[in-house]
Every structure is written in C-alpha cells, then in structure tokens.
Design a protein around this ligand. Sequence first.
Ligand code: NYM
Length: 212
Amino acid sequence: TAHNDNSRGSLIVLEGLDRSGKTSQSNRLVTFLKEKGLSVEFWRFPDRSTSTGQMISAYLANESQLDDRAIHLLFSANRWEKRSLMESKVMSGTSLIIDRYSYSGVAFSAAKGLDVEWCKAPEVGLIAPDLVIYLDISAEKAAERGGYGTERYEQLEFQKKVAEHYRTLYDASWKIVDGGLPVETLEEQIREIALGCILTCQKGKPLGELWH
Ligand code: NYM
C-alpha cells in the first residue's frame, strides 16, 4: 500500500448489535494496519472520557435518568465535540477505526420509538465514514455469547428492534459481513475490505458529510 506524503487517511466505522464482535474486530484491524506501517488510531463512541461521555456512561449504567431526546442529543454532541480533531487526523494521513458512530445513534434511539428523521437531524454535517463495516448477527445469536451485561439496551427484544433500524440505514458506504463467522475468518475479510478503502482514500476520494 504505497503512501505518498499528502494523501489522506480513512474513516472506517464498525457497527453492529451489542456483542456482535465490533470491539475485538476493531482492535484486531488496528493492530494489523499498524503492523503494515500505516498511521492508524482506534476510536470509539460514546467516548466516555469527556464530560458528555460521563453523563452518557452514568445513563447507560442506570445511575441517572434522562429524557429519550436529551440522551439522544448527548450522544450526538459527544460526536460533534470530536469532529474537528477527526477531520484534522484524517486529512493529515491518519486512518481512524471507529467502534460505533451515528448509525448506533439513530438505530438505538429509533428503537425506543423516536422518529428516524428526527434522530438523523443532529448528525447532519458530521464527517461521513468512507466505509461502514456492519457485523451482521441475529439478536438471539448475540445474546448466546456469554449473555449481555447490565447496561441499558442490553436486552433481546430491544436488540431485535435495533437490528431492524440498522437495516434501514444501509447505504453505498456499507459492507455487511457475517458476524457469526469464526473470528479469524471474519478478521481476514475485514482486513481486505479496509485495505481497499484505505487505498481508495489515498488516491484522493473526497471526504463526505452525513447525511446525504
Ligand atoms: N449507543 C451508542 C447509543 O444508544 N447511541 C449512540 O450514539 C452510540 C454511539 O450505547 N448499547 C449505545 C449502544 C450501546 C451503548 O456502547 C454503549 P458500547 O459500544 O457498548 O460502549
């Protein structure tokens, strides 16, 4: 993968239900790309380190109650506060591998019954990922993986609704992979897809914005 000095990095998002394997696959991908000598960072949303992130974390742990729309907007603000850093990293040649993004924002809030267009509105203008890798797994199968934790949303019936909403968000930037595959097989597929994306971005594909 040739890399000239002023080529940009890629914004690659992994999405999927809770326990779909996103986090471990993101980490494996980052390790692989670093070993190839590429400049790459692992990011995740929610970013629990910021002050909005701490409010989100308390909400998810059931330590606080928030109106459905208020928490939705906090998740969105948690992405907005990273937007300029994200843009400067990518434009200076670093690829970001991101565990969850606006698609989680819409799918989880819409699964509570909020209007999808209302959910998308605060995301408009954020940087569009160059690639979304969706780890497709049924809610039942995800639930079998050692069970869910104790955070809000980690329940079978709710996850089924989330899966339905994710489905409506598919667009040209999405690649759907089978989250039920053995870890190494899936890792191999994800590497190939990600490298293809990084190459396309190096060649000058412009960065886009949500939600077009
Ligand atoms: N989540 C995540 C949302 O509801 N909206 C969002 O915008 C994002 C980024 O937070 N169940 C939900 C999905 C997860 C939970 O994420 C915490 P994680 O990846 O388990 O830390």
